[in-house]
Design a protein around this ligand. Structure first.
Ligand code: ZN
Length: 248
């Protein structure tokens, strides 16, 4: 801290910062500047969530609910993500996406790695896991295909956690509800594998839209085979004829 004319914080990072990090540091610096002057008095703890200044679990709970809206650790869609139908490795990817810890190029770039931040599917900047899993123009075509096949009207929210919160539904043996329940897991897993093949393995021959849709259907079929309501469904119909197959 610098105590020349007034007080200011001297943030001296140990390495060169990239553009995103510079913005974060500026934001942090503004936050520090708004904290008022330090003085020589002894430090003391203050529970801001409680008007009395002390800490209590109930006031902390009220503060979390008030300040973080509907998306808190308390109502994170855990039961949807971790379920008996979907194998854990698929759930883990969805959990990581919901927590913003999927190692996308933009995330690696923010951590100081030098990477070319280009989306594997649409060649614009990858930006975020939200771009990759929801808003990328190529991935939107996959979503549109399945939403149309399921007869389901849906507009993607901005973030993954909002998506899961709005999408989450109870598992059911009814084919349409079962497929809808499993769909994000299957789409995101297939997209993630293909994206890694392109970016990490440098695969030259990319899968077509139809080929990725087929991958997703095969994953869904693998999870559906144990459900009674899918027992009499023929493989060809499952792959090519959802509209007639699941007409309600
Ligand atoms: Zn894209």
């Amino acid at each position: 801290m610098d105590n020349g004319n007034g007080s200011s914080w001297n943030i001296d990072p140990c390495r060169r910062l990239n553009d995103l990090e510079i913005q974060e540091v500026m934001k942090f610096s503004r936050l520090l500047d708004n904290q008022g002057e330090l003085n020589a008095d002894d430090d003391k703890r203050e529970g801001r969530s409680n008007p009395k200044g002390t800490f209590s679990v109930s006031s902390c709970y009220a503060w979390i609910m008030h300040n973080h809206g509907q998306f808190t650790p308390l109502n994170f869609p855990s039961k949807y993500i971790w379920n008996k139908t979907i194998p854990p490795k698929f759930s883990f990817l969805v959990w990581a996406a919901a927590n913003g810890v999927v190692p996308t190029l933009s995330m690696l770039s923010r951590r100081g790695m030098t990477v070319v931040n280009i989306c594997a599917f649409c060649n614009t900047s990858e930006k975020s896991v939200e771009h990759l899993f929801l808003h990328c123009s190529f991935i939107r075509q996959i979503w549109d295909h399945f939403l149309q096949q399921l007869g389901f009207v849906w507009a993607h929210p901005t973030t993954i956690i909002e998506f899961l919160w709005k999408w989450k539904l109870k598992i059911s043996t009814k084919p349409l509800i079962f497929l809808r329940f499993c769909l994000p897991f299957a789409i995101w897993w297939s997209v993630w594998l293909e994206r890694n093949d392109i970016i990490i393995e440098k695969k030259q021959r990319r899968k077509t839209l139809n080929s990725l849709i087929l991958d997703i259907k095969l994953l869904l079929l693998g999870w559906a085979v144990n459900i009674d309501s899918f027992k009499n469904i023929k493989f060809d119909d499952f792959v090519f004829d959802w509209v007639n197959l699941f007409k309600e």
